[in-house]
Design a protein. Structure first.
Length: 293
């Protein structure tokens, strides 16, 4: 018998992670990998006030389906164990009736391999309004971009959380909209304390003055042989010097001996230039407010 219940924020994360690990495929055909949600739950940019709206479907105590959001809260994601496609209608019913909306609207985030979910959404009047193809690096080929002269990697046991936070703040152009970094580095502290955090594996580049100028994060998921890279940024004045390519090459050197077979990237042309290849097709599906419920 399959039953549905709401996610319990203080109890269910470990079981949800195990579910995501079990159903993982490189193209995300069954849903996102485990670090995708764990990383978001650690960060202040995600609204965690409504995570109790996440929904689980279980059979004999084993999770077989999950509906959840990331950022914004009105973006709905679906994770489904193969063989349980009969739950899709119920999952979408729940999403439409109980998951958060923004100004009365929401959108489904579906991946190219989730064909049954895409077909069900289209039957309900959803149309694809956007998307992109995320690139992944296959570790069967080497990644060997050198670190430019005058820079060095910060030893894993010497990482400074405040410097990481400042680098990420500046690297994602927050100074342009919110002014100088205010010294808050609690997000990095939370990430370091996450159950499956592998923060010491991240590649951090510093200049000759010891200032952090590039960060490539790492969430190692050994069960899936997945090197989940998040985040990646370089502070503005040090861009286009090869630092990001060198940082990703350092991640390759660290992760391959551990058994990693592939590393996630993004959709920026930069990734393609250094050998990442299209793998994960993201699709955004919406319908007009006059359609359906």
């Amino acid at each position: 018998m399959i039953t549905r219940r709401n996610y319990r924020p203080l109890c269910d994360f470990a079981a949800v992670r195990q579910f995501m690990v079990e159903i993982y495929e490189r193209d995300w055909r069954n849903g996102v990998p485990a670090p995708f949600l764990e990383y978001a739950l650690c960060c202040s940019w995600m609204d965690t006030s409504l995570t109790h709206r996440f929904s689980l479907w279980e059979e004999d105590g084993r999770i077989v389906a999950l509906v959840f959001y990331e950022n914004p809260a009105s973006d709905v994601y679906f994770s489904l164990r193969p063989g349980y496609e009969r739950l899709i209608g119920e999952m979408m019913d729940y999403a439409e009736s109980d998951m958060p909306k923004t100004d009365g609207a929401q959108r489904f985030v579906l991946f190219g391999g989730q064909k049954a979910l895409v077909e069900a959404a289209e039957c309900r009047g959803y149309t694809r309004t956007g998307g992109y193809n995320e690139l992944v690096y296959d570790f069967s080929k080497p990644l060997e971009y050198p670190l430019p002269q005058g820079f060095s990697f910060v030893p894993p046991d010497k990482l400074d959380y405040a410097k990481i936070s400042e680098c990420c703040y500046r690297g994602f152009n927050n100074e342009q909209t919110d002014g100088p970094w205010d010294g808050d580095y609690e997000d990095v502290v939370r990430i370091s304390l996450a159950p499956d955090s592998t923060l010491p594996l991240c590649a951090v580049v510093q200049n000759e003055r010891g200032e952090y100028v590039c960060v490539a994060g790492m969430w190692w998921t050994p069960e899936n042989r997945l090197a989940y890279m998040e985040p990646l940024c370089t502070v503005p004045e040090y861009r286009r010097r090869g630092l990001a390519a060198a940082a990703l090459s350092e991640l390759y050197r660290r992760m391959k001996p551990l058994g990693a077979t592939h590393m996630t990237g993004g959709d920026d042309p930069f990734y393609a230039k250094i050998g990442f290849e299209p793998c994960i097709e993201w699709g955004y599906y919406e319908r007009s407010k006059t359609d359906g419920k």
